[in-house]
Structures are given as structure tokens and as C-alpha cells.
Design a protein around this ligand. Structure first.
Ligand code: ZN
Length: 138
């Protein structure tokens, strides 16, 4: 009789970009249960500024950056959308590797939001979310 060994990924594995679109030992469902990780205490940055983007044209409505995720192990911010969907060639991007430039963090966030890679990953995220919604209805 053989016993199956269940591989439990280490916590930091959730924050690794590998050759595949996401870490091979983590299913998409488990990945999205872990992201975004947005704690509001014991962090080296202002959570209101990082997690929320101020409303456009002074509407006063802040929008949550669902893609920003905090990696406690490395004390960095990462983009969960790009971790999952960015192409292999973008692996070296700061928001995939982890950003800890706290002094210029809002600039780094805006730069990332405007990047081609992030726009591609965001599109892929929403296509995936819609597919899940449709499967649920069928
Ligand atoms: Zn991104």
C-alpha cells in the first residue's frame, strides 16, 4: 500500500514567480485565497496610501488596489496579478521581485500601474474572474 504525500507549499512560495505562470505546487484557488495580503498593522508603510488609490477627479472615493500584496517574510510589496499572469520575461520587475522603496512607494505603485506588463496581467485577471463567474452560473 502506498501513501500519498501531500506537498504543502512554504509560505514564501506564494510570493515566487516561476517559469510557469504561477508556482507549480500552488493551485490558482489557493493562490487567490492568499492574495492580496493587506495587513494594516506591523507594516513599514502607510496602509491607506498604499492599499487605496484616491478617487479620480476629486470624487472622494478611494479605490482598493486589489493587486498589492504584502510579503511579510521579505518585508516587500508585490503585485499578485503579475505574480500570477505576467510573462516569464517580466520576472525581474520590481513589483514581482518585491519592492521596499518605502520613501518613494507611491511613485513606484503608480509606475507599476502604468506598465504594459501590469495592464496585461490585470486584463488576464479579469478574464479569469469572469470565466469563474460564468462557470458558476452554468
Ligand atoms: Zn502588476
Amino acid at each position: 500500500m502506498t501513501t500519498r504525500t501531500q506537498i504543502t507549499p512554504t509560505k514564501n512560495a506564494y510570493f515566487l514567480k516561476t517559469d510557469t505562470s504561477y508556482h507549480a505546487s500552488i493551485s490558482k484557488e489557493i493562490f487567490w485565497k492568499s492574495h492580496p495580503n493587506q495587513p494594516v498593522s506591523k507594516i513599514p508603510f502607510n496602509s491607506a496610501v498604499v492599499y487605496d488609490r484616491q478617487g479620480i477627479q476629486g470624487e472622494g472615493v478611494n479605490i482598493n488596489r486589489k493587486w498589492v500584496t504584502y510579503n511579510k517574510e521579505s518585508n516587500t510589496l508585490q503585485c499578485s496579478f503579475c505574480l500570477m499572469y505576467a510573462p516569464k520575461k517580466s520576472r525581474s520587475m520590481q513589483m514581482i521581485q518585491g519592492c521596499s522603496d518605502w520613501k518613494h512607494i507611491t511613485t513606484r505603485l503608480f509606475q507599476h500601474e502604468k506598465s504594459h506588463c501590469h495592464k496585461h496581467s490585470t486584463d488576464a485577471y479579469f478574464v479569469n474572474v469572469c470565466e469563474r463567474c460564468i462557470k458558476h452560473i452554468l
